[in-house]
Design a protein around this ligand. Structure first.
Ligand code: ATP
Ligand code: MG
Length: 461
């Protein structure tokens, strides 16, 4: 596999890389959007000398970091796990015994129950029941001010309420002792979340690489913390609430970030219908077990027309040859030709012939011969790395970077962090188009995140 080229790490990223590499401490790497968390994770995956397994809570997030989903890595049942027996196959046990470090991306979407199941699985498999995570180092990446776990309902909700302070990963029992002990700050500045739990090093990356304008960074920070003053709202609305320009030939088109799937599909379909010319459908080739439809990395049936606005779903592989990538995950262009098994896409004034690519679903296995973990391909999904991109959901835009976007909050943001995720995708305020002015009710901050991060900041002072 080709290594992903990442930017040279900044000093604070480098320091964290060393902390992870040179110690066995559990680390939670957090920081505002665009501080280079994912960049650091990629660098770690390619440069560590440890035996690591990389995983993530959702299929899409796992594909992003070329890892496995948490559920498949640990062979966990779907839904609440609570204190039910965890069945482990021999291969799963071997994997858990082979790793030094478990890396989890998008940790904000992991709930407390799952965090504790990971702990229990590792203790059980490694037969080190008294040690948190059976002695494995846990390294987590994410920003709790962005999108949260799926909220539990019904019996699950009742269970969580009875056993946990909140459903967030940071309130898992493994980190926590008796409730009264929570948030104790030790003399060395470490936030010790409890007497019997594992100590967790929380490190915040501070330098933002995605945006450079200090005024825009300050506005985003206010949205993140739910402290938007009338003045800030005014500045965002005066600048942002305006009609987007008509598409200009040679200029990249503008994407809409919307709250719900139905809005996104409607916008994409409306634009596709408005184009003259025939629709062409590209069917994905799927081999092996690629899971259910909602875990597909691209459309199983991609409908395209000449003139369609599309987004790339992967980085350009051919770019590693030396000229630099022709596109990256998130680049937006226009279809100019569909023929002969390829789709021609105009991007920044240049045309490229795009071929189908293969997404590989990985599974870790243990090789007793070399006593090393191997990563096997268990399924493949072949499709053009493109999707219609007049609009995407804000949830799907998490992690991405855009120069220009229309933010459509429709009838209102409904999840904590949603508006922050949308606005923080933009590299500058000049690229922001709001389809309607922001309302105070669009800005939602989770109460438990506020509480946890306040304790983190107090510990850092
Ligand atoms: N050390 C660096 N030097 C230059 N550019 C960097 C550096 N680190 C990250 N970047 C760039 O900054 C942008 C944001 O980085 P990245 O996506 O890793 O941030 P993130 O913290 O994961 O953001 P989010 O919370 O939105 O997922 C990317 O375009 C990335 O290439
Ligand atoms: Mg990221």
């Amino acid at each position: 596999m080709v290594p992903v080229s990442t930017p040279t790490l900044s000093p604070e990223q480098e320091a964290l890389f060393r902390l992870i590499e040179d110690t066995r401490e559990h680390v939670f790497v957090t920081g505002r959007a665009g501080t280079g968390k994912s960049t650091l994770l990629q660098h770690l995956a390619w440069n560590t000398h440890k035996q690591i397994a990389v995983c993530a809570p959702t299929g899409v997030a796992a594909l992003n970091v070329e890892g496995q989903t948490i559920h498949s890595l640990f062979r966990l049942p779907i839904g609440l796990i609570a204190d039910s027996e965890i069945e482990q196959s021999e291969p799963a046990r071997k994997i858990m015994n082979a790793i030094d470090t478990l890396v989890i991306d998008e940790i904000s979407m992991v709930n407390a129950d799952l965090m504790d199941a990971i702990d229990r699985s590792l203790r059980q498999a490694r037969r080190r029941r008294a040690e948190p995570f059976g002695g494995v180092q846990i390294v987590m990446f994410g920003d709790p001010y962005q999108l949260s776990p799926v909220p539990p309902r019904g019996d699950e909700l009742r269970y969580i309420q009875d056993h946990y302070r909140s459903f967030w990963f940071f309130d898992a029992q493994v980190w926590a002792g008796p409730r009264a002990d929570r948030g104790a700050i030790r003399s060395d500045g470490l936030l010790d979340l409890g007497r019997v739990g594992a100590p967790l090093h929380i490190r915040e990356l501070r330098d933002i690489h995605r945006q450079s304008d200090p005024a825009f960074k300050a506005m985003l920070n206010a949205v993140r913390h739910g402290i938007v003053t009338a003045e800030i709202a005014d500045a965002l609305n005066t600048m942002g609430a305006r009609t987007p320009p008509e598409p200009v030939d040679g200029e990249p088109p503008i994407i809409t970030l919307a709250t719900r799937n139905d809005i996104v599909n409607r916008i994409n379909q409306r634009h596709l219908d408005a184009l003259t010319g025939p629709v062409q459908t590209a069917r994905a080739e799927i081999s092996g077990d690629f899971g259910r439809g909602d875990t597909y990395p691209a459309e199983p049936e991609l409908q395209l027309k000449v003139g369609a606005q599309v987004m790339f779903l992967r980085n350009d592989i051919a770019g590693y040859s030396g000229d630099g990538p022709r596109w990256v995950n998130g680049s937006i262009g226009t279809v100019t030709r569909i023929a002969g098994g390829s789709v021609r896409v105009e991007l920044d004034g240049e045309e490229h012939d795009v071929e189908p690519t293969v997404w590989e679903r990985f599974r870790y296995a243990y090789d007793p011969g070399s006593r090393k973990l191997t990563r096997d391909i268990v399924a493949e999904f072949t499709q053009f790395p493109l999707r219609l991109a007049w609009a995407v959901t804000i949830h799907k835009s998490q992690g991405k970077t855009y120069d220009r976007a229309i933010v459509d909050l429709g009838s209102g943001a409904f999840a904590p962090g949603q508006t922050y995720v949308a606005l923080s995708r933009l590299t500058s305020l000049e690229g922001l188009y709001l389809s309607r002015p922001l309302r105070p009710s669009d800005i939602l901050v989770d109460r438990d995140v506020r509480r946890f991060m306040a304790a983190v900041r107090a510990a850092a002072e």
